[in-house]
Design a binder for this molecule. Sequence first.
Ligand code: ASP
Length: 358
Amino acid sequence: MRYSFCFTLLFFICFNCAETTKTSENENTTTNDFKTNTETKAEFAIIIHGGAGTILKKNMTPEKEAAYKAKLEEAIRVGYEILKQGGSSIDAVQLAINVMEDSPLFNAGKGAVYTNAETNELDASIMDGKTLNAGASAGTTTVRNPINLARIIMDKSPHVMMAGVGAETYAKEQNLAIVEPSYFYTENRLNSVKRAKEREKIELDHDDKTAFFDAEIQNYKFGTVGCAALDKDGNLAAGTSTGGMTNKRYGRVGDAPIIGAGTYANNNSCAVSSTGWGEYFIRAMVAHDISALMQYKGLSLKEAAQEVIQKKVPELGGDGGIVAVDKHGNMVAEFNTSGMYRASMNAKGELTIGIYKE
Ligand code: ASP
């Protein structure tokens, strides 16, 4: 009798503990409802973004929304298949990003935004969480897939970052796909920069101050693509590729090619890819800060991402978001803008796609 009472009590305690754990785990993943594997270490995981910004349902047609979702799904499935077959997270990151770079929908590769001089200058970076090796390129105008250049700089050169003409020379030497600058022409991106310049001119005429960071123009600065992944060997990797910010000038380089700001990966913590107002993401060292909060302060990925994206960046005056995966396969998409194109897949093959704040 006494034994059966003890057993019942024990069962009741255990059941309650299990329930509490489940609830708090669910709470940890509420903001972006990604189906991460929180109970045991996930075998592998992948998460991508196609840029954060003022993305409102009222401004979106069903066709446009469907096109974004289809491209996000295509990209993530490419990365997922690599991971499922036992491939490396660095390959999954690179090839998932290639799909988005080749689409005019995103501000990277083909769809890159225009500078003030109506040219396209592209930035990218990639990082391997196992070795802490990294590669980055900035301000290229003829390299079709800048993430491939970042990768080859990481793998084959003694350097981490190359810029401009030198980076292009290296890309040619390495037989990467080179295109005419006109390859990056898209009518709507060109119209965007023309509108931004027009607005800037009107404002300058009226107030005699630069409108470079005008709230309206800010909305033209998003659309970068990125990916973070964990492979079956427990290796993390992240990468980011962008055309930067519409109407940028003076050789402006954003956060995307800056290791620690736009991209960071460390097997001891997490892999992160950023998108947002680059000047602030550089100053806040967003991607590395998230990793450091986990490594040195013991925060969970969700807590660290919230600390940086919901507090640190907005307090400085910036906006944007990140996607990240930790060494256990937990995934997070955190943003302080009205939307962020994003998708994730866990080891069970469960796909989540999001655009707006849900
Ligand atoms: N972070 C990028 C930049 O500032 C822009 C973006 O994320 O869309 O260059």
